[in-house]
Design a protein around this ligand. Structure first.
Ligand SMILES: [Zn+2]
Length: 165
């Protein structure tokens, strides 16, 4: 199937499954058609002009071009979404977060039993364990000197530029 007809089929499809682009991808793993982002092409076909917005994925699958999974979003929204897909989102700015960055850093340094820490911060023992294990709140790290370092603005991935030319 030609690329263009594949795009046509994707735009006209009524599936909610991911539609994976079978051809070339950019170095960042995004589908590409000459120099244009497939996501932008599909998004324009399905949702109209971008008006300066980025093509953002709701499914987090880079190779997916299902127009139902792609929408126009602001640059900021797109980055938040990307971060959420990339790893478990438990940053302070995330809606579900119960703890502040400062509290998480305190928990990381807290040597008391998990149950005690959990009780002190009003969160589950499991949540404390995940923080300790680095499963959640990965953007917070303790430096070797045990002094807190907070990375409040994670580096914007290079690939973002490809979606937001
Ligand atoms: Zn998808």
């Amino acid at each position: 199937m030609e690329k263009q007809s594949f795009i046509d089929a994707a735009v006209q499809s009524d599936t909610d499954e991911c539609i994976l682009w079978p051809w070339g991808k950019t170095g960042a793993g995004y589908p590409s058609l000459s120099n244009a982002s497939i996501h932008r092409v599909v998004c324009e076909r399905a949702h109209g002009p971008s008006n300066g917005l980025c093509a953002a994925h709701s499914c987090g699958t880079k190779a997916c071009i299902n127009p139902r999974h792609i929408r126009w979003a602001t640059y900021r929204e797109n980055n938040v979404e990307r971060r959420d897909h990339g790893r478990m989102p438990f940053g302070e700015n995330h809606g579900r977060a119960k703890l502040t960055d400062t509290q998480v850093l305190a928990i990381l340094k807290d040597l008391r039993p998990l149950n005690t820490i959990a009780g002190a911060y009003g969160v589950s023992k499991r949540a404390v364990l995940f923080i300790k294990q680095g499963v959640t709140w990965q953007h917070l790290t303790l430096s070797p000197s045990a002094s807190a370092s907070v990375q409040t603005s994670p580096a914007i991935p290079q690939e973002t530029k490809l979606l937001c030319p």
